[in-house]
Design a protein around this ligand. Structure first.
Ligand code: SF4
Ligand code: F3S
Length: 107
């Protein structure tokens, strides 16, 4: 199993998750983080840290985010690991804003 970063991280990148990961499983792309499934030890620490609920265990991944398992696995290796918190991207959305977007998208 692994944990998976999904849509809400895009353009936000709060990075609280990377700071708590004990094995440096997060990789940083310009507009999102990815979890490396080969590194993740399924500790579950990162899920509660994300302020926009972007991280799920593979087992609990909502159907609408199914494609993100493959995206994380394929994209993570292209970017360096990140283990420290940094400032989120300018204009990062709040959870309430994401919920409005999801509702409009019929999610
Ligand atoms: Fe890191 Fe644990 Fe999250 Fe996996 S579940 S990415 S090991 S914090
Ligand atoms: Fe992204 Fe949430 Fe981590 S927004 S960087 S998955 S804390």
């Amino acid at each position: 199993m692994t944990y998976v970063v999904t849509e809400h991280c895009q353009k936000c990148k709060y990075t609280d998750c990377a700071e708590v990961c004990p094995v440096e499983a997060f990789h940083e792309a310009p507009d999102i983080l990815y979890i490396n499934p080969a590194t993740c030890i399924d500790c579950n620490l990162c899920v509660a840290e994300c302020p926009v609920e972007a991280i799920f265990s593979e087992e609990e991944l909502p159907k609408k985010y199914e494609k993100w398992t493959k995206i994380n696995a394929e994209e993570c290796e292209k970017y360096p690991t990140i283990a420290e918190k940094k400032a989120p991207l300018p204009g990062a959305l709040t959870l309430e804003q994401w919920k409005e977007i999801d509702a409009k998208a019929g999610a």
